[in-house]
Design a binder for this molecule. Structure first.
Ligand code: SF4
Ligand code: SF4
Length: 291
């Protein structure tokens, strides 16, 4: 089983539409993992039916038992994260600020504080409308453990691929270069970078490739909307050559991208799409390289 991760240094490059298209082209060969847990949206295109949902816990949260608390204020004095609020003389934990360090519980003279596991989101196993296993998640509002949730989503997807003998796990990674992207790349076999020919597109491609390079991963690149700025496209291609990144495809600007999104479909399902053939060839190339 091979793990293919699709990432982009920035948002808005068409990464998710391209990943969803590969998912459709991959058919029964793929298990799909949406690891963009901060803003998951691949379900809009794949319209899955949820088969299983579970809460995801990571870290801890302090809870004060008001029946025991004497309102002495010692917890307020020691909390370095300003996570203890005092309202009308009552000491309360601010859920969004508490880091679960446990210091307040240690100093509480009457043991009124307990640390409980922190629910930071939900994860799901679903079936796409193409009858493929699809693992996705939603991080809770203000939760900051997206790297761990990404790792969990990937591990569940890999487990399903192994159990059902699917040759590929297709991972839609988060944009940027932060913790969730690092987690997306960990354990991957191949990376597809999606970019666009703009100043920020090239800048963020270079930034994210630095990370990919540190993981010693083989990478390929798709330049989306490549005809909108041919000079910048040439610059990107030069960068790809210099770094020995496989230049997988140039996708011209195609209005069917937007049409597919508004129809809740992938672009490869539209007959009049001018990039359908290029994406189909790109998926064949990826399979050949990875396989
Ligand atoms: S240290 Fe304990 S008793 Fe004192 S205010 Fe905090 S929770 Fe209440
Ligand atoms: S667990 Fe740590 S961060 Fe949370 S309220 Fe207690 S001292 Fe503050």
């Amino acid at each position: 089983m091979k793990e293919i991760v699709i990432i982009s240094g920035k948002g808005g490059t068409g990464k998710t539409s391209i990943t969803a298209s590969f998912a459709v082209l991959g058919g029964r060969d793929v298990v799909i993992a949406d690891c963009d847990v901060d803003a998951a949206d691949m379900h809009i295109l794949l319209q899955p039916e949820i088969a299983k949902t579970e809460d995801f816990y990571s870290g801890e949260l302090a809870v004060i038992d008001q029946d025991i608390c004497t309102q002495c204020g010692k917890c307020f004095d020691v909390c370095r994260f300003d996570a203890i609020d005092v309202k009308e003389g009552i000491h309360l934990v601010n859920d969004l600020s508490c880091e679960g360090c446990g210091y307040c519980a240690r100093v509480c003279p009457v043991d009124a504080i307990t640390n409980i596991p922190l629910n930071v989101g939900k994860w799901h196993i679903s079936n796409t409308r193409f009858n493929q296993p699809f693992v996705h998640a939603k991080l809770g509002i203000g939760a900051d453990n997206s790297g761990k949730l990404v790792a969990h989503v990937k591990n569940v997807a890999k487990g399903i691929a192994e159990e059902y003998n699917r040759p590929f796990v297709l991972v839609d990674g988060s944009p940027g270069v932060g913790c969730p992207v690092v987690s997306s790349l960990s354990g991957a076999n191949f990376v597809v970078l999606v970019t666009e020919p703009t100043v920020s597109g090239l800048h963020d491609l270079k930034r994210v490739y630095e990370l990919v390079h540190k993981f010693h991963l083989k990478a390929a690149c798709i330049i989306n909307k490549s005809d909108l700025n041919t000079d910048k496209t040439k610059e990107i291609i030069e960068f790809l050559k210099k770094e020995e990144i496989i230049h997988l495809a140039n996708l011209p600007y195609d209005e069917s991208f937007t049409k597919a999104m508004t129809d809740c479909k992938t672009v490869v399902e539209l007959e009049d799409s001018v990039i359908k053939e290029t994406l189909t060839q790109a998926w064949k190339d990826i399979k050949n390289i990875v396989g």
